[in-house]
Ligand binder design. Structure first.
Ligand code: ATP
Ligand code: MG
Length: 497
């Protein structure tokens, strides 16, 4: 069962708002999900449901007007929302890769493809430094996080205090006594803040000091380990070089040429052990280009993005994401801009890479047809919330939320190509999200309670949950739309699993 696999990422109670001219827009409203090792989790929902905002939060690339109002994203025991920008960069650059909808916008039009692929590799070319960073990173992040948490706690309280002072000072028409009382109140709040700050600092600095001791120890060990590695590699090289040079001194003709070549090769190998040279980066880039199915990679390496078709560009974007050997790959509608046959090829490529590299994948789409080809599990999003989640089979063959039914009714039938019902109505204005079940106004299955109270998640199976009052024991029994149940029957009868 999925739940017994290792969790690689855990999103908990995420709330993301945006400041806009018209008010606060609630883009993501209490979203939680887990990603398990080696699986593909598809997030599916209409335009504006909060899919991209969720994935951008994981990547740490939200727009400036975003407010992370609540929640956490746990990756390897650390909250990605709290790690400092440096750490976040290390993690997201290395361990979490992202592929966007429009390949053109993620490529630089005036830089050759080859350079764009090798750029990131050459940026981190010093292998000894990488090795050192890797060795200390867990302890470093733990230490830095403690300081970050402390600062967040203090600034949050500081903001509250500032707001209180501003509000109190803005009050008009007060008597001198009231003014004096307010002044005293402000003094008192300031004192309380000082005390709070001291308490928080003492508490966290104590922890931070302990972690710093651990970190210093780890740094020492790491330095030693790296130095030993370097010494070993250098010794081996020097030793072998000496032998070859001795032989070279007495060699002649063909043997001499061969030895000279061997010496040159030895030098390249030695350099590659310490840093990624340009030649090595190119070799790797060509290898990855082959892996993602670019024909004639040597020629393509020298070309510009405009010389590539849409599908080939998307392959390049995938190649760039792979150069960092990520553990998690987030694909946000990676095929929407492509025509159907190319789309199928890219999906196949992502599946192949995922299997070969044992990646865990979050795949975002509004297209249930795509979901069927990709997903192990599915989370259905509506109006900033997950309304139903389960295994792909559970969502396709036993859907429970009226919104999932509506989505299933709106995909064209694979066999008959029959155009089905569009979802009636329009998505809600997220500055004023509806109360209760946000889908109620568009649903013919809505009950009174749907307009008042938000449904909790009801359990359908260990892996399948849906947030709809229809699953409450007091609800009348309703059948899913015939169009959906018939399709399910047909596809089951048709031999699909
Ligand atoms: N920087 C921003 N400022 C204000 N609102 C934003 C911003 N970014 C996103 N939004 C709003 O947040 C909501 C969720 O947007 P999001 O991009 O996550 O939707 P989506 O599910 O990815 O849709 P699509 O299928 O169209 O890509 C939308 O209402 C969108 O208008
Ligand atoms: Mg989007």
């Amino acid at each position: 069962m999925a739940d017994q696999r290792e969790k690689v990422l855990s999103v908990n109670n995420l709330v993301i708002n945006f400041k806009t001219d018209n008010g606060i827009l609630k883009a993501v409203r209490d979203v939680s999900f887990d990603l398990y090792q080696g699986e593909t989790l598809c997030i599916v929902g209409e335009s504006g449901s909060g899919k991209s905002v969720t994935s951008k939060t994981i990547m740490g690339i939200l727009a400036n007007n975003a407010i992370i109002a609540d929640g956490n994203i746990i990756y390897r025991g650390e909250n990605l929302l709290e790690v400092s920008e440096d750490e976040f960069y290390k993690i997201r650059g290395h361990k979490i890769g992202m592929i966007f909808q429009d390949p053109l916008s993620s490529l630089n039009p005036i830089v050759k493809i080859g350079k764009q692929i090798t750029e990131a590799m050459l940026l981190n070319a010093d292998k000894l430094k990488l090795m050192y960073n890797d060795l200390i990173s867990d302890d470093l992040i733990r230490y830095k996080n403690t300081l970050a948490k402390m600062n967040i706690a203090i600034t949050t309280e500081q903001k509250k205090l500032d707001a209180f002072i501003a509000e109190t000072k803005a009050k008009e028409g007060l008597t001198p006594e009231q003014k004096a009382a307010n002044k005293a109140l402000i003094q008192q709040k300031k004192a309380e803040f000082k005390a709070f700050e001291k308490k928080v600092r003492d508490e966290y600095m104590g922890k931070a000091k302990e972690l710093k001791v651990v970190l210093t120890e780890t740094e020492k060990k790491a330095k030693k380990q790296v130095a030993e590695y370097k010494a070993q590699v250098t010794d081996e090289y020097k030793q072998r070089q000496k032998e070859l040079k001795q032989r070279l001194a007495s060699a002649s003709g063909e043997e001499k040429a061969a030895l000279k070549q061997e010496l040159a090769q030895l030098k390249v190998e030695f350099e590659n052990k310490l840093s990624i040279t340009k030649a090595e980066a190119k070799r790797r880039a060509l290898e990855i280009m082959r892996e993602v199915g670019i024909p004639e990679p040597e020629r393509r390496f020298e070309q510009y993005p405009f010389e590539f078709s849409g599908g080939m560009r998307q392959r390049i974007v995938i190649a760039i994401a792979l150069t960092a050997s990520p553990e998690i790959l987030i694909c946000d509608e990676p095929t929407t801009a492509l025509d159907v046959t190319i789309q199928a090829q890219i999906l196949e490529l992502i599946n192949k890479i995922k299997a070969e590299r044992n990646l865990s994948c979050i795949f975002i789409t509004h297209d249930l047809g795509v979901v069927a080809n990709m997903a192990d599990r599915v989370a259905v999003m509506y109006a900033g919330k997950i309304v139903e989640y389960g295994t792909a089979d559970e969502i396709f063959y036993d859907p429970r939320h009226p919104y999932t039914w509506a989505l299933l009714s709106s995909i064209p039938d694979v066999d008959s190509k029959e155009k089905l019902e569009a979802i009636p109505g329009t998505p809600p204005n997220m500055i004023y999200p509806p109360q209760g079940d946000a889908f109620a106004i568009r649903s013919k299955y809505a009950m009174n309670i749907d307009f008042r109270e938000e449904p909790p998640f009801f359990k359908v199976s260990d892996t399948h949950y849906a947030a709809t009052w229809l699953l409450d024991e007091k609800a009348p029994k309703v059948e899913m739309p015939r169009i959906v149940s018939e399709r399910i029957r047909n596809s089951l009868a048709g031999g699909a699993q």
